[in-house]
Ligand binder design. Structure first.
Ligand SMILES: NC(=O)c1ccc[n+]([C@@H]2O[C@H](COP(=O)([O-])OP(=O)(O)OC[C@H]3O[C@@H](n4cnc5c(N)ncnc54)[C@H](O)[C@@H]3O)[C@@H](O)[C@H]2O)c1
Length: 251
């Protein structure tokens, strides 16, 4: 199994779903994890489940001061960072471009693009040379579907940001990559699927399974293990990569 013994990681959107699964996998691999997110109760419960040295703090990734404070809290708790995981996200509405609400488009970009930018801007100075940054994009960071103008644009934009950061970080041996999960079984994805299909969660999930060559959703743990791989020395020559974990959906 991948080892992250002695490493220190900061994860955004860590109170649920893929972020929480990532915290669990990184901690199981030996890392000290700092969980950042919006909901104090969820973060407190997750940190308690993981036990010391897991720590947490509330930060809205769209707020630069909050992200700076989260980085500071992580460093105070666990020392200089080795791993940054930009995972916080929202899906936004499903609507044709001509009906897509302006404010929702802006908010989806703020969370994913500005959020990842803030984590890089304030996290990179706190990252040890040789560290690893993983941005959790999406299969629709490489492909598209109708109705998801905000989400697909935001997830594509994260690739551009990753590429700049990979170029700039290379001099310090810092690797920066994006992960592109396909449909993954979380409440977030169920909401997208029911809205997109107008069906109940099980029927909606079956429709999506039909679009995935492997014929099923990922578990959050399966995506977390890909993130752990990129965080680890097993990926020591991997930077600037767009790594799909989508059951073949983007083939
Ligand atoms: N579930 C999927 O099928 C899937 C597929 C591809 C990519 N993703 C991406 O994975 C990431 C995690 O999604 P998930 O499925 O685990 O859903 P989730 O809703 O469980 O996780 C998103 C987390 O981000 C947090 N968050 C939202 N806005 C925030 C903000 N402004 N500041 C800080 N935290 C904020 C939420 O509170 C939540 O804990 C997202 O970026 C999502 O776009 C998910």
């Amino acid at each position: 199994m991948t080892t992250l013994a002695g490493r220190s990681a900061l994860i955004t959107g860590a109170g649920s779903g893929i972020g929480l699964a990532t915290a669990r996998v990184l901690a199981a691999a030996g890392a000290r994890v700092h969980l950042s997110g919006l909901e104090a109760a969820a973060l407190r419960d997750a940190a308690a489940e993981l036990g010391p040295p897991a720590t947490w703090s509330v930060a809205d990734v769209t707020d630069p001061a909050a992200v700076r404070a989260a980085v500071r809290a992580a460093v105070e708790a666990g020392g200089p960072l080795d791993v940054l995981v930009s995972n916080a996200g929202i899906s936004g509405p499903i609507a044709a471009l001509t009906d897509y609400p302006d404010d929702a488009f802006e908010q989806v970009l703020r969370v994913h693009v500005l959020g990842a930018f803030h984590l890089l801007k304030y996290g990179l100075p706190a990252l040890r040379d040789g560290g690893s940054v993983i941005i959790n994009s999406s299969v629709v960071g490489l492909t598209a579907d109708p109705g998801i103008a905000g989400y697909a644009t935001a997830k594509h934009a994260q690739v551009g940001l990753m590429r700049v950061a990979a170029m700039e970080g290379a001099a310090r041996g810092i690797r920066v990559n994006t992960v592109h999960p396909g449909p993954t079984s979380t409440a977030f994805q169920t909401a997208i699927e029911t809205a997109a299909t107008g069906r109940d969660p099980a029927a909606a999930a079956a429709v999506f399974d039909g679009m995935i060559p492997l014929g099923r959703h990922a578990s959050p743990d399966e995506i977390a293990r890909v993130i752990a791989f990129l965080a680890s020395d097993d990926a020591s020559f991997v930077t600037g990569a767009t790594l799909t974990a989508d059951g073949g959906m983007s083939i």
